[in-house]
Design a binder for this molecule. Structure first.
Ligand SMILES: CC(C)(COP(=O)(O)OP(=O)(O)OC[C@H]1O[C@@H](n2cnc3c(N)ncnc32)[C@H](O)[C@@H]1OP(=O)(O)O)[C@@H](O)C(=O)NCCC(=O)NCCS
Length: 264
């Protein structure tokens, strides 16, 4: 799909149930056709089985998104020829890194999982950050910790969210903030109050529903340009979605290879 400004991104969702089933059938079966031995081994760092399934589902969603995105650019790679690791140290520790064969152009990737679903987004240029949340109540204290007054005001009155429940509003707002800190790579090491936005401009609906997410009655999916302080010279564009009890935000920073710099 294309974001405002023409940036192509690929979004893939994978239900955890399918991965759990495949793993229980045989870890050496379908999963090993998509993930490398090293990737399957790394997932073993999660000792809680469900956490491991989430991690595997995120990596599988990422592989599908990368294969699709690269094929569209004329690079028909197999999933196992693509590597996914993560930054092991430094301010972006944990941020996923894509390893591609020589001569294949770089891609940026973000992964998120919540409840029964994992979602990955891949962009050809710039940087991406995505967050998926199960819509659930958030305490007033948590909202004050995460959102500035201006953000709370915007989320309460913006037209797009009229008719939506308060839980949908706050969870979508939360997704935007987490997507921002994933785009920078700082994660929650940075206070969510340090990455701020003052609103967004709607850029039209997403043409096709996102499978497992917005393919249900009452779902919402919009392309946006985010009005984000400190995003430097490039625009922050993205998509916002509500559906099947989830909130989802994916943001893309156009500035070539440079993360948006926010107040620290
Ligand atoms: C990144 C972070 C915001 C994700 O939080 P979350 O909502 O619980 O989890 P999500 O499912 O949405 O995202 C998890 C994915 O984010 C990605 N991620 C992890 N660190 C990241 C970073 N610094 N930047 C971008 N993406 C990151 C990973 O792909 C991870 O999936 P994996 O663990 O299966 O590899 C959070 O884990 C974080 O801030 N981590 C870095 C700092 C840290 O470890 N702090 C201790 C906990 S507060």
């Amino acid at each position: 799909m294309f974001l405002a400004g023409g940036q192509r991104v690929t979004v893939v969702a994978v239900p955890l149930a399918s991965v759990r089933e495949a793993w229980e059938a045989s870890p050496r079966g379908t999963i090993s056709e998509v993930l490398t031995q090293a990737e399957v081994a790394v997932s073993g760092m999660h000792h809680i089985f469900e956490r491991r399934v989430s991690h595997l589902a995120g990596r599988i969603a990422a592989k599908f998104a990368l294969v699709h995105a690269l094929r569209a650019r004329g690079y028909p790679l197999e999933a196992r020829n693509i590597g996914i690791t993560q930054r092991m140290a430094g301010p972006e520790e944990g941020r996923p890194v894509v390893q591609l064969p020589a001569g294949v152009p770089a891609c940026d990737l973000s992964i998120t999982h919540s409840h029964a679903l994992a979602v990955a987004i891949v962009a050809e240029r710039g940087r991406v950050g995505a967050d998926l949340e199960r819509v659930s109540p958030r305490s007033a204290a948590l909202l004050d910790e995460a959102f500035t007054e201006a953000e709370q005001d915007w989320l309460s009155r913006c037209e797009l969210l009229q008719g939506r429940t308060p839980d949908e509003r706050w969870n979508l707002g939360w997704c935007i903030k987490e997507a921002l800190v994933k785009c920078t790579g700082h994660g929650l090491r940075a206070s969510l109050q340090q990455v701020t936005f003052s609103g967004w401009t709607e850029q039209g609906p997403i043409a096709a529903p996102l499978p497992w997410l917005t393919d249900a009655p009452g779902a919402l999916a919009r392309r946006i340009t985010l009005h984000s302080d400190g995003a430097g010279s490039g625009a922050v564009t993205g998509l916002l979605a509500l559906g099947r009890g989830y909130a989802f935000a994916a943001l893309h920073h156009l500035d070539e290879g440079r993360a948006p710099e926010f107040v620290t």
